[in-house]
Ligand binder design. Structure first.
Ligand code: GDP
Length: 320
């Protein structure tokens, strides 16, 4: 990738898309195409076609497709799956036809079988049933990886797949019904602090464990993978901070300054009990995350405070 190469970050408004744009600009990659609000509607084949024929990106980072936390996955599986399948099909095919040099497809750690041995190694992909709470979304992500692989085999395209750990950071979705655990709990704790509520129910048992990686690290890792990895197997983008939900909630409470009691709401699902990535292959290539977890939490909270506007009892995130 040269500093003047035309680069397209698909899904520029997502958490990882926004972090990627900032990272690329910071590194001097200034020729970014399709930056929001000029990004095409990726569910429209025609709009994607028009965009590629005009923008002619040489490199594509695929951070597109609707995604969300456990509650959104349970409530809207069809919408999530279809949005991801359409965006993937349209972009990968246009990337092939318009001669994109390299495309990095971002899958998700929920694509691993729910009972795969931990830490999760790419050899475990497609060896068992998925976690039911996010099976539809995960199937679309598996299809994305498989489509990259199919284009590699049929056309020799430079399409690679990376699987990031649970990501969070500025530009995250802080809504209660869509957000992942960190932004959702951050917002709920902020509101509980403002209202002086003595107790906050954390969903589930608090026992599941997740590996968290801030979006700045994921973006850094993506640029590294784009430049240093070309293999047919997906590569795990991990090495983040492994915590139980109880520990994560306590860390968020500290950053937010919420001093109430944390209780647990067992009527809400736990999802996968354990989700840690084996990051050995990436470490061997020479990459590891560098941002301290609490520093990243604090940055995320500052961003939330700056961008969330209060509308009645609701906090709505302003446009990026
Ligand atoms: P997952 O990693 O795909 O399971 O998605 P999430 O980030 O949404 O959830 C991770 C874990 O955090 C699950 O066990 C949730 O039950 C738990 N959790 C606790 N409180 C919350 C909350 O307020 N919102 C969300 N989304 N998850 C929560």
């Amino acid at each position: 990738m040269n500093r003047d190469s035309p680069i397209y970050v698909a899904g520029g408004e997502t958490l990882l898309g926004a972090a990627l744009r900032e990272r690329l600009r910071g590194e001097g990659f200034a020729n970014l195409r399709g930056v929001p609000p000029d990004e095409p509607d990726l569910t429209s084949a025609g709009q994607v076609e028009d965009f590629f024929s005009e923008a002619r990106p040489e490199y594509v980072f695929f951070a597109a497709g609707k995604s969300g936390g456990i509650s959104l996955n349970e409530a809207r599986p069809a919408e999530l799956m279809l949005d991801n399948l359409l965006a993937t099909a349209h972009i990968l095919d246009a990337a092939r036809r318009y001669g994109v040099t390299k495309l990095l497809y971002l899958a998700s750690s929920c694509a691993y079988p729910r009972k795969a041995p931990q830490p999760l190694r790419v050899e475990s992909l497609m060896t068992g049933p998925l976690e039911p709470t996010n099976a539809a979304y995960a199937t679309a992500k598996l299809a994305g990886w498989q489509l990259c692989d199919a284009y590699r085999r049929q056309y020799g395209d430079g399409f690679v797949t990376a699987i990031p750990a649970n990501s969070f950071g500025p530009h995250d979705d802080f809504s209660l019904d869509r957000g992942h655990v960190i932004p959702a709990l951050m917002r709920r704790m902020h509101e509980a602090k403002v209202r002086g509520e003595p107790e906050l129910p954390v969903w589930g048992t608090g026992r599941p464990q997740r590996e968290f990686l801030c979006s700045r690290d994921v973006a850094d890792g993506c640029v590294f993978v784009m430049q240093h990895y070309g293999g047919p197997q997906p590569i795990n983008l991990g090495g983040g901070t492994a915590l139980s939900i109880t520990e994560a909630a306590a860390a968020i409470a500290e950053v937010v300054g919420y001093r109430g009691r944390l209780s647990f709401d067992n009527s809400k699902p736990d999802g996968m009990m354990l989700k840690m990535l084996d990051a050995t292959p990436l470490r061997r290539l020479g990459w590891r995350p560098s941002v301290d977890f609490r520093t990243a939490l604090a940055e995320t909270y500052v961003w939330f405070l700056q961008h969330a506007v209060k509308e009645g009892p609701e906090y709505v995130c302003a446009a990026i």
